[in-house]
Design a binder for this molecule. Structure first.
Ligand SMILES: [Zn+2]
Ligand SMILES: [Zn+2]
Length: 244
């Protein structure tokens, strides 16, 4: 399995990091997780391209996770790709209908399948996925791909999510802000470190990074390291991780 970080940023631009997006590939199958602004460009830079992404799985409906959905749809239409599947938590059908109602000319241009999923297990694009509800300001799902990869989506750090991720070779976790930002709905390094303490996880990548984190990576890693002694790194756009 290969995981490529397409966008490691968030709702406020850093000038370097695009909004949320991750590519999961295994054995010829490809799945896009989230589709924030800039993900379409990164897909092209990754060498995979929008033509090869026919399924998108959304963690939740905040703009920094869905902004490039219609641009992806339009690019595929223009390239003659005739279908796209969009899967996400409850409300995804309404979201897609509402977006298309604004851009009437995009209606019925491709065969668009929209599916809603709930916490539990389901299959998508040939992947078996487990979903777990996170703690965020909108309903949001974390996703796990067997023992290889877990993506937190947007979430506070909490024991349930750490349990869900336990045993993963790779965990990509929201770490939006440094410790001195007063925040709910997202972790700080300290809260994340406390929840990861004692967990068996191969490597943790920090993502969903606000501009507040720029220049402060070292102290953030130290803060996590005060509680959790595992391998923790900052994700960067276009970093690819191979997972056995
Ligand atoms: Zn969010
Ligand atoms: Zn977000």
């Amino acid at each position: 399995m290969r995981v490529t970080f397409l966008g490691t940023g968030s709702a406020m631009p850093t000038g370097e990091r695009f909004q949320a997006g991750l590519l999961v590939q295994d054995d010829g199958r490809t799945l896009l997780l989230d589709c924030g602004a800039g993900v379409l460009q990164r897909l092209q830079q990754s060498g995979v391209g929008y033509e090869n992404v026919s399924t998108v799985l959304l963690t939740h409906h905040h703009l920094d996770h869905v902004a490039d959905l219609l641009p992806l749809l339009k690019a595929r239409w223009l390239a003659g790709e005739d279908h796209l599947e969009i899967v996400g938590p409850q409300g995804t059908k309404g979201l897609v209908d509402d977006l298309l109602s604004v851009y009437d000319y995009m209606q019925d241009k491709v065969d668009l399948q929209v599916r809603e999923v709930v916490p539990g297990e389901f299959s998508i694009a040939g992947f078996d996925v487990a979903a777990y509800e996170t703690r965020h300001s909108l309903p949001c799902l974390a996703y796990r791909f067997d023992d290889r990869f877990t993506f937190s989506g947007d979430s506070e750090a909490f024991a349930g999510l750490a349990n869900f991720a336990e045993g993963s070779a790779i965990l990509a976790h929201d770490c939006s802000f440094p410790d001195d930002v007063d925040v709910s709905n997202h972790p700080t390094p300290e809260t994340l470190g406390r929840q990861l303490d004692g967990r068996d996880i191969g490597r943790v990548y920090l993502t969903h990074l606000y501009p507040h984190t720029e220049g402060r990576h070292e102290e953030m890693l130290e803060s996590i390291g005060a509680h959790y002694d595992g391998d923790v790194r900052f994700a960067e756009d276009l970093t690819t991780v191979s997972i056995e």
